[in-house]
Design a protein around this ligand. Structure first.
Ligand SMILES: NC(=O)c1ccc[n+]([C@@H]2O[C@H](COP(=O)([O-])OP(=O)(O)OC[C@H]3O[C@@H](n4cnc5c(N)ncnc54)[C@H](OP(=O)(O)O)[C@@H]3O)[C@@H](O)[C@H]2O)c1
Length: 284
C-alpha cells in the first residue's frame, strides 16, 4: 500500500494527484489522503484508490492513514503549517516502519536560504531524516504553474508581471508533472535512492518564459508586486515566500548560481525528457 498525500491536487502543482494517477495506472494499491471529501475525492475512488480524509497537521488524522503503508508521498502546500504536518507525518511513518517517504521540498532548501519557507523545508528534511523512514527530498525548481497563475491573474492584459528586473533574469523551472513522475519512479523503485534529488527541467530567462507563454514580460516594482500578490493568493505566507523568492532571482539576474542547470533526474527516474514551458502552455 502506498500512501499519497495532497492526492486531490490543488492550485500549486497537483503533484499528489499526478503521483496517485501514475501509481493507479501501474495497478498499485493507493491510499489517497485528501483534505476534503469532495468531487476530487470521488474521482479518486472511481479510479480505485482508497480515500482517507483528514488534516495533515493533525496526528489523529495521520496515524491511522499511515497504518499498513510501506511507502508514502508527502506534500504540503505553500501555506502555514508545513512543520506541524511534517512532524505528525514523520512520527506516524516512523512508528509504522515506513521504508520510503518521497517528499516535495524546494531547490534551495538550506538553513541559510533567503526565504523563510525554504529554511522551513530544510528543517522538514531534517525531521524526515531523523525519523529513519528512507526519506527522499525532491528539491524542485519553480513550477510552471507558478508563472501560469501570475499570467492568468493579469487576464486580458496578457502579461507576466513579476518583480524580476531585466528580461535576462534567469529562473530555474520545472513542470510539476515532471516532479510527480520522478516521485512515482522513486516510489516504485525497490532499490536504494540518494536522500536528495534535485529536479529542474528548464533554465529560462523571464523574457524567454514570457515569450513561451505568449505574453509580455512586465518588470513590476517590488512594492507593487506585494499588493498585487495579496490579490492573487490571499495568503500572507504565500506572498512572503514568493516576494523573497523573486528578490533572490532578481539579485542573481543573468549570473551563475551553483543550483542553476537542468537535472538528469527527470529523464533517469521519471522516464522521459523534461517538459518545456512551451509544451506545458500548449497542453493546457
Ligand atoms: N509552486 C512552486 O513553484 C513550487 C516549486 C518548488 C516546490 N514547491 C513545493 O510544492 C509543494 C506544493 O505542491 P502541491 O502540488 O502539493 O500543491 P497543490 O497542488 O496546491 O496541492 C496541495 C494539496 O494539499 C492538500 N492540503 C492542503 N492543506 C492540507 C492539510 N492541512 N491537510 C491535508 N491536505 C492538505 C490540498 O487539499 P485541498 O485543496 O482540499 O485543501 C491539495 O490537495 C510545496 O511543498 C512547495 O513548497 C512548489
Amino acid at each position: 500500500m502506498i500512501l499519497v498525500t495532497g492526492a486531490a491536487g490543488g492550485p500549486q502543482g497537483s503533484t499528489g494527484r499526478a503521483v496517485a494517477g501514475h501509481l493507479l495506472e501501474r495497478g498499485e494499491a493507493v491510499r489517497a489522503f485528501v483534505h476534503a471529501d469532495d468531487h476530487r475525492a470521488e474521482e479518486l475512488r472511481k479510479l480505485g484508490a482508497e480515500v482517507v480524509v483528514g488534516d495533515l497537521r493533525e496526528i489523529s488524522s495521520v496515524r491511522p492513514a499511515v497504518r499498513g503503508v510501506s511507502r508514502a508521498f508527502f506534500t504540503y502546500p505553500v501555506t502555514a503549517g508545513l512543520l506541524d504536518a511534517t512532524g505528525a507525518f514523520a512520527a506516524a511513518a516512523r512508528e509504522e516502519g515506513v521504508a520510503r517517504v518521497v517528499e516535495v521540498s524546494q531547490l534551495d532548501a538550506s538553513p541559510d536560504a533567503l526565504t523563510p519557507r525554504m529554511r522551513r523545508h530544510w528543517v522538514a528534511e531534517q525531521v524526515f531524516d531523523w525519523a529513519g523512514v528512507g526519506a527522499v527530498h525532491l528539491r524542485a525548481a519553480v513550477f510552471f504553474e507558478n508563472l501560469a497563475a501570475v499570467a492568468a491573474a493579469a487576464g486580458d492584459r496578457r502579461e507576466l508581471a513579476l518583480p524580476l528586473g531585466s528580461r535576462d533574469t534567469l529562473i530555474p523551472l520545472v513542470a510539476a508533472a515532471d516532479v510527480a513522475r520522478v516521485a512515482a519512479g522513486l516510489l516504485l523503485d525497490p532499490g536504494p535512492a540518494e536522500p536528495v534529488c534535485l529536479v529542474t527541467g528548464q533554465m529560462a530567462t523571464v523574457g524567454e518564459a514570457a515569450d513561451a507563454m505568449g505574453v509580455a514580460y512586465v518588470d513590476l516594482p517590488p512594492e507593487e508586486w506585494e499588493a498585487r500578490a495579496m490579490e492573487i493568493y490571499r495568503d500572507p505566507y504565500t506572498v512572503e515566500h514568493l516576494t523573497h523568492l523573486w528578490a533572490i532571482f532578481r539579485l542573481i539576474g543573468a549570473g551563475h548560481h551553483p543550483l542553476y542547470g537542468v537535472t538528469e533526474s527527470i529523464e533517469r527516474i521519471g522516464g522521459r525528457p523534461p517538459t518545456t514551458l512551451r509544451e506545458f502552455v500548449l497542453s493546457r
